[in-house]
Design a protein. Structure first.
Length: 95
């Protein structure tokens, strides 16, 4: 899985900051940004266009835990899913 830190992500940061305030209140956005970004990046993968979150969540969890061994999936799962959902909306995917 790739992790893109390009211009498309930079355009999304303010959306995720606002969403973060709703979801997590005063929790530090910088701590959760990698999770939003990861979900956004994986969700934009055209090869996964027909896969739903529930189809792919377990593979994402394994990859997340490999990349971020100190980032408990249970803590960051929701942020990853929000990133995934936003990317799917941008792609126009119903999955």
């Amino acid at each position: 899985m790739t992790y893109d830190s390009g211009a498309d992500w930079l355009k999304q940061i303010e959306h995720f900051r606002a969403l973060h305030r709703v979801e997590y209140g005063s929790a530090d956005f910088d701590e959760f940004e990698p999770a939003y970004h990861y979900g956004w990046d994986v969700g934009r993968n055209e090869e996964l266009r027909d896969q739903s979150w529930s189809d792919f969540e377990s593979a994402m969890r394994v990859d997340w835990e490999r990349r971020y061994p100190d980032g408990e999936w249970s803590r960051f799962r929701r942020a990853v899913q929000l990133g995934w959902d936003r990317a799917r909306e941008a792609l126009g995917s119903d999955a």
